[in-house]
Ligand binder design. Structure first.
Ligand SMILES: Nc1ncnc2c1ncn2[C@@H]1O[C@H](COP(=O)(O)OP(=O)(O)OP(=O)(O)O)[C@@H](O)[C@H]1O
Ligand SMILES: [Mg+2]
Length: 601
């Protein structure tokens, strides 16, 4: 599926063709979920049939009791009365037992489906390329995994079972009434006309308002998540008041939409009851008249009234189901949207063999733009021999990080090729690629767990000696030892909190232990103070030995350890030489370097 689908995901106004495609997509997901549980579904259905059939027998037995068993009992023959009472009891117990069995059974099936869906959604979302995640906000991702899955869960938990049971119950009741007294059944059929009109109106209304309600609640979540993830910026800029106002508007929106939904129910429910009561009254009147003329027994009349009255019982539940169905459906639509996103950087099916990566990089006629964005790299050619240390400098927005993302294959070039040791990156298996090329960014994310775990991320089977050696190499060992539990300190516990600079040092250790052929540092030393940076620089020389490195840094101190400096401007390399040569020259870099030297003095 294209990215267009993502943009339209939360948009209510889809055009016809899009909404058809969305429907098809969510049906596909539904079928794929059902495929694994077909047998269970058949089993559940059978149990519902039995339990509902047993429920419907009741009024028929009462008819029999009034017309046959009672007169016989009055004459002193209790046999039929006992028999009817016994049958009634057996049906009641049988129906209760099968219903309970069915509910437990159906619940198990539902849980299996939900498990499968949650698992799939997590795996798929995580697998999608960075391009997806740079577009699809975390609020929306969270909304998929919480809100939408919950709505599907709600449908499965209550709606589905009751709706299937309700419809079967109505069909059985209709059949029972028709065979008991066809004329009463015809009256019931008449009642179908207003019932159908009312229900159609209800469906249309709830469909519309339910969609709105889902969008409004998703907006609430997105706003909430955004505020809380950006809470530092919110506090720093005293944005609380504005956020609060925005939030209040959203809450009010959501409230008024829900009020509208309740209003619709306020019309539908009493309407339903009224139609039911009028039908019962009609059956009573018509049956009473026939009874008066003696061609309708009291037993039949009682049975007909009971069936007519009971016929409408599940209607309310079915209406509720429609509700749950509406929200589950839009949940399904959105979840299926994410599940049908393809990774924009797909793994090759027949990858090249990459035994010992050397680390030579080549850009051949690379053109790059982000999807529907302006061209960032117009025509890029660059050869980096294996083992060379590059310092990449240039003004903000020049395209340095973009270049780094292309080397890491977070994105594929729009045209041309990026190659490692002569292999197009698109032909290298993901595992090989991740082993060969590692990027360290300013973000330096630490995951929940110990410091040791976080370093070992670069090499999952690393021994504790290796972990310590890596920490020593980048000069973070002393700091780690000063933490309460040393390497076993939990980064999320009190005392385990580390500063931005310390985080960067730890992520260096992570990169060091991964031992990649190509290492990219994108502003990876930006949070370090001058002494720490010196320390890292010392470590960097160890870290960079024997591998290709691209160091992106605004602070030019890193440049001293580079073999070659590339100056980038508007997606082009404008200077490319050894640092000493460039500094001695009169170009852009010489000016940058002089300004930087002056700033230090
Ligand atoms: N995910 C994205 N989607 C669309 N455009 C992007 C994306 N990321 C960056 N850009 C655009 O690409 C251009 C280059 O950005 P890039 O991050 O490569 O610059 P940079 O040289 O790393 O800058 P800095 O020194 O500020 O880190 C910018 O104009 C930016 O607006
Ligand atoms: Mg950048």
């Amino acid at each position: 599926m294209s990215m267009q689908g993502v943009n339209n995901e939360d948009n209510v106004d889809l055009n016809k063709q899009q909404s058809r495609e969305v429907r098809r997509r969510s049906l596909r997901l539904l079928f794929s979920l059902i495929r694994g549980i077909r047998l269970r579904l058949v089993g559940s259905f059978f149990m519902v049939l039995v339990s509902q059939a047993l429920r419907v027998v009741g009024p028929g037995l009462i008819t029999f009791a009034i017309d046959r068993a009672l007169p016989a009992a009055i004459k002193g023959d209790m046999k039929l009365a006992w028999l009817t009472a016994g049958a009634y009891l057996i049906c009641a117990i049988g129906s209760a037992a099968t219903t309970s069995f069915f509910l437990v059974y159906a619940q198990r099936t539902n849980q299996a489906v939900l498990f499968q869906l949650r698992d799939r959604l997590f795996r798929h979302t995580q697998m999608l390329s960075l391009e997806f995640h740079e577009k699809y906000t975390s609020g929306r991702v969270i909304s998929r995994q919480t809100n939408d899955i919950d709505s599907i869960k709600e449908l499965l938990d209550t709606g589905g079972n009751e709706m299937v049971a309700g419809i079967i119950y109505m069909i059985f009741t209709g059949i029972a009434l028709a065979s008991l007294d066809f004329q009463s059944f015809l009256i019931l059929l008449f009642a179908f006309v207003p019932l159908a009109i009312l229900t159609r109106w209800f469906q249309k209304q709830t469909k519309f308002w339910y969609r709105k309600s889902r969008v409004a609640s998703a907006k609430l979540i997105v706003h909430f998540v955004e505020t809380m993830t950006g809470i530092r910026a919110v506090k720093a800029f005293r944005k609380e008041k504005r956020n609060q106002d925005d939030y209040n508007v959203l809450v009010e929106d959501y409230r008024s939409i829900n009020a509208k939904v309740i209003q619709i129910f306020g019309i539908y429910d009493p309407g339903l009851t009224m139609i039911g009561n009028i039908t019962v009254a009609a059956v009573l009147l018509f049956g009473g008249m026939r009874a008066m003329h003696g061609d309708f027994s009291i037993g039949l009349l009682t049975g007909a009234i009971l069936y007519t009255k009971r016929f409408f019982d599940p209607m309310e539940n079915i209406a509720q189901f429609y509700n749950a169905y509406q929200s589950a459906n839009s949940g399904l639509e959105k979840v299926s949207g994410v599940l049908e996103e393809d990774p924009t950087v797909p793994e090759p099916t027949h990858p090249d063999v990459l035994a010992e990566p050397k680390g030579a990089l080549d850009f051949d006629n690379v053109e790059f733009h982000y999807s529907n964005g302006k061209t960032i790299l117009p025509d890029f050619n660059l050869h980096i021999p294996a083992g060379q240390t590059i310092a990449l400098v240039g003004t903000t927005g020049a395209g340095k990080s973009t270049l780094a993302k292309l080397v890491s294959r977070f994105y594929d070039p729009s045209a041309g090729t990026v190659a490692l040791d002569g292999h197009d990156l698109r032909k290298i298996a993901n595992d090989d690629l991740r082993r060969a090329i590692v990027m360290v960014t300013q973000e330096a994310y630490l995951f929940a767990g110990t410091i040791s775990d976080n370093i070992a991320l670069g090499k999952p089977d690393a021994s504790s000696d290796e972990i310590m050696a890596a920490a020593k190499a980048v000069g973070v060992h002393e700091f780690i030892m000063s933490l309460p539990d040393g390497y076993q300190t939990d980064v999320n516990k009190r005392g385990g909190r580390v500063s931005a600079g310390q985080r960067q040092l730890i992520s260096f250790a992570r990169a060091f232990i991964a031992d990649p052929a190509v290492l990219i540092l994108d502003e990876a030393t930006a949070s370090l103070d001058i002494p720490s940076e010196r320390l890292v620089q010392h470590g960097l020389q160890t870290l960079l030995k024997g591998r290709t490195a691209i160091i992106i840094a605004h602070r030019l101190s890193t440049v001293s350890i580079a073999d070659r400096v590339l100056v980038m401007e508007h997606g082009r390399i404008i200077e490319d030489d050894a640092p000493a040569k460039l500094i001695a020259g009169t170009g852009k870099f010489a000016k940058m370097h002089k300004a930087w030297r002056d700033s230090l003095a």
